[in-house]
Design a protein around this ligand. Structure first.
Ligand SMILES: [Fe+2]
Length: 191
């Protein structure tokens, strides 16, 4: 990827935050940009590597790149924003970032199956979307997911940070703080 392509993908992510950051986040008490920045904040606080922090920062990007629009509590069908997000990032970001975005819904279904306290701690909006997303994984789905998913620990960390990133009024670092890190992650992906 050329420097120009790196600039373009970073600009497109800055635009998503600028254009949609103030939107409500799926019936949660924070905006979209507060949610994404808090998710990255908790990943950094947990000592995650840079690619995982960037995955946390942009895990919901598919809400804005999907043809189907954003989720709402009135939805009766899943819009598969995780796949739209992974498609948007494909070819630019390292596989760990793409996988963490693609699997962040599966990771919720997995954690709900293996950890009852995780399920109980989900917000009402997240429990609503869980039902649309297929509910907790069955035993066989859960075994297959654990056995076949690369970077499982990082993916589950992004998921747990996702669920924590809903704190009204919590002040965290702004998007600009992460841009040099995003550039390093993009450059590492393509050499
Ligand atoms: Fe999220």
């Amino acid at each position: 990827m050329t420097d120009r392509q790196t600039d373009q993908i970073i600009d497109s992510i800055i635009r998503v935050f600028a254009d949609h950051g103030d939107e409500e986040y799926l019936g949660e008490p924070v905006t979209m940009s507060e949610h994404m920045l808090q998710t990255a904040h908790f990943a950094a606080e947990a000592g995650a590597d840079e690619a995982t922090i960037i995955a946390a920062l942009i895990h919901d990007i598919g809400h804005f790149t999907s043809d189907h629009g954003a989720f709402s509590m009135q939805d009766t069908e899943d819009k598969y924003h995780e796949h739209a997000g992974a498609r948007f990032l494909q070819g630019h970001f390292p596989q760990i970032v793409i996988d963490a975005v693609r699997h962040h819904v599966a990771a919720k279904r997995y954690l709900c199956a293996v950890d009852q306290s995780y399920h109980d701690g989900l917000s009402e909006a997240s429990k609503h979307s869980l039902n649309l997303q297929g509910g907790p994984m069955s035993d066989s789905e859960q075994e297959e997911f654990a056995a076949s998913t690369a970077h499982l620990d990082q993916i589950l960390l992004v998921r747990r940070c996702d669920d924590r990133g809903k704190v009204p009024g919590l002040k965290v670092a702004p998007l600009e703080t992460y841009l040099p890190m995003m550039r390093r992650v993009l450059t590492a992906a393509t050499g």
